[in-house]
Design a protein around this ligand. Sequence first.
Ligand SMILES: [Zn+2]
Length: 75
Amino acid sequence: MRLGPRLYIVGAGTIYMAHVPELPEKYVCTACQTMHAGTVSERTDSGHQYEAPAKCGCCGETELVTEKDWPHFTQ
Ligand SMILES: [Zn+2]
């Protein structure tokens, strides 16, 4: 019996999604690098939509970037 690698990955992903709760999008303060959980702006069938907090709760900076954009921001 042969199972293609794609099939295996889809199966594993399904199990992962079933057992791990949805994680909120995270934002990084560009001034002090504190990480903040995103604010839920909309609930959708597939989960939630997030937006950056209005300002950093630690230093008051208003520019926050998503966690995935942070490595690009620092370059
Ligand atoms: Zn800050």
